[in-house]
Design a protein around this ligand. Structure first.
Ligand SMILES: *[C@@H]1O[C@H](CO)[C@@H](O)[C@H](O)[C@H]1NC(C)=O
Ligand SMILES: *[C@@H]1O[C@H](CO)[C@@H](O)[C@H](O)[C@H]1NC(C)=O
Ligand SMILES: *[C@@H]1O[C@H](CO)[C@@H](O)[C@H](O)[C@H]1NC(C)=O
Ligand SMILES: *[C@@H]1O[C@H](CO)[C@@H](O)[C@H](O)[C@H]1NC(C)=O
Ligand SMILES: *[C@@H]1O[C@H](CO)[C@@H](O)[C@H](O)[C@H]1NC(C)=O
Length: 485
């Protein structure tokens, strides 16, 4: 409230005292009224005045321990005053280095946006997509505005918007004006068969071949504070180091999975039956997050979980954030053929980067894979190395490049000019750090980005036919491999 205490008496001196006092009282009442108003009306990145998404319920956030007045002044400070003083860092980027080629699978950006390639994206379809969105993100002139519709579980909104702000910092002046709808919950929602007449553009963290939803890097690349996962660049480094601790020969010769089986995931339920190292070659452990949190996450360090030759991936309620850590271990990933895919897993090749496991036949399929690996140690070790390298190439520079290209290609398709919605508030690094609690702030700051010296990697050109063929070829390998077991 310091900002409002600057009114000085000197300037009021000529006025009759009575009026001066009256106007000050009025002003104070007005401010209090406004603060009260803000406290009850402003929707914020941490969930004030927002309901959980109706399509994926979770316990509403509580802001206990905050008086109405404290909440009001916090909202005033964070949402209305934090970004005002920010300088417009919209200078041109000066690149000193040549860019490299993006990974091939970045070409899938064209595939994801194909539904709008001819019709383009109308304002009407965006407003239709709003029905499935938790927020609307608008970038105009390098500034980011967000309209919040529903709250996101945990701190997903905070870390997702943070990632976008870092992208703006990394490529100042290069991110086009854009207007997009985003849902932060797990499952894709725009079914192709229901929306073929008017495909709706909706960004989220995963998709399937039956959905129009556009996949975008999930929050955990910047950190998942609730389960103590740091930013991706730190986690990868420590997992890789941990993985080199034990030689292939000395790694346990069976498959390992540790996670939460209680997430409405049929494959995880079935996986519990494979918990027998002698019979199925698998060890299945339950991750008890409540226990881990109270133990200070001593037993859930990912870098200590690369001591097995095989690691199982089983998707959860939808895609699982755990995939990238499993793939980084230098072990042979045994991937139970997933329904959901995130942006980067689509580039994985079966039998080169992992062994596909049949969801219909999980335990025998794991057993076959483990037996193959134990009788082909050098091939198995090479597969582990290959997939670890794949993940090493997916460093944060590449993650930002994916966001850059997706947003740029998407923006080209808009058939209207993005403008700041009257209801949207600006978000900036300052406003996010203002709302973040101490732990969140420490996590966010660890993933601060800086202007890049290199332009974004070169996006492969659109080749819709070839992409279709590649997807089919991959399906065929998966089908064949699964038939063997
Ligand atoms: C919130 O509650 C905690 C523990 O009850 C207390 O230590 C802290 O001072 C409180 N904070 C505020 C702003 O009241
Ligand atoms: C830019 O190029 C120089 C010289 O080739 C290299 O040493 C440096 O690491 C590069 N910087 C980046 C950010 O890629
Ligand atoms: C690596 O091995 C050493 C010695 O066995 C152990 O002290 C250390 O904790 C291990 N580190 C990881 C990350 O597993
Ligand atoms: C799997 O078996 C091991 C050893 O028998 C046991 O400690 C563990 O709790 C089992 N896992 C589950 C999920 O029941
Ligand atoms: C793979 O198997 C699935 C299910 O059995 C089937 O729908 C699909 O057409 C198959 N794909 C190829 C390329 O054979």
């Amino acid at each position: 409230m310091g900002l409002f205490s600057r009114k000085t008496y000197q300037t009021l001196y000529p006025l009759p005292r009575f009026f001066a006092i009256l106007s000050i009282i009025t002003l104070v009442l007005l401010i209090l009224f406004q603060v009260e108003n803000l406290a009850t009306q402003t929707k914020t990145i941490v969930g004030h005045n927002l309901e959980p998404t109706p399509w994926h319920l979770f316990p509403a956030k509580t802001f206990k321990n905050e008086t109405k007045y404290a909440r009001g002044s916090k909202i005033l400070q964070c949402s209305y005053l934090s970004c005002a003083s920010m300088s417009n860092n919209n200078g041109e980027t000066i690149f000193t280095n040549e860019s490299e080629q993006c990974p091939d699978y970045y070409g899938l950006i064209h595939h994801d946006l194909e539904p709008w390639a001819k019709t383009r994206i109308s304002y009407a379809s965006l407003m239709e997509a709003k029905k499935f969105a938790s927020m609307r993100i608008v970038i105009v002139g390098g500034k980011l505005y967000v309209d919040y519709y529903y709250d996101c579980v945990q701190s997903r909104a905070l870390f997702t918007i943070w990632g976008l702000l870092q992208l703006l910092k990394r490529y100042p002046g290069s991110i086009p004006d854009v207007d997009l709808m985003f849902d932060c919950m797990d499952r894709p929602s725009v079914l192709k068969r229901d929306h073929s007449a008017m495909p709706l553009p909706l960004f989220r963290y995963c998709t399937t071949c039956d959905h129009f939803d556009i996949p975008f890097p999930d929050w955990s690349f910047w950190g998942w504070v609730e389960v103590n996962l740091g930013p991706w660049q730190e986690e990868f480094k420590s997992i890789k180091q941990g993985s080199q601790n034990t030689s292939w020969k000395n790694k346990f010769p069976y498959a390992y999975w540790k996670g939460n089986p209680d997430v409405h995931s049929p494959v995880r339920k079935k996986l519990l039956f494979c918990n027998d190292t002698n019979k199925w070659g698998a060890q299945i452990l339950r991750q008890n997050w409540a226990q881990e949190i109270s133990d200070g996450f001593k037993n859930s360090k990912l870098s200590n979980q690369c001591n097995h030759r095989y690691k199982i991936y089983a998707e959860g309620y939808a895609w699982s954030v755990s995939l990238k850590y499993i793939l980084s271990c230098g072990c042979v990933p045994l991937i139970i053929n997933p329904k959901y895919e995130d942006f980067f897993s689509r580039g994985l090749s079966p039998k080169e980067h992992y062994l596909p496991i049949s969801p219909e036949n999980i335990c025998p399929s794991i057993k076959t894979a483990v037996e193959w690996g134990n009788s082909h140690p050098s091939e198995a070790e090479a597969m582990g190395k290959a997939v670890q390298e794949y993940m090493e190439h997916l460093n944060m520079d590449r993650v930002y490049d994916y966001m850059y290209h997706l947003i740029t290609e998407y923006a080209k398709l808009l058939d209207f000019k993005p403008v700041r919605p009257s209801t949207a508030l600006q978000e900036c690094v300052g406003s996010l750090l203002c709302y973040a609690d101490e732990t969140q702030r420490a996590f966010l700051e660890r993933s601060t980005a800086f202007p890049s010296q290199t332009p974004a990697c070169k996006l492969p050109p659109s080749n819709v036919e070839m992409t279709k063929k590649q997807i089919e070829a991959k399906d065929m390998i998966i089908n064949k491999t699964q038939l063997i077991v």
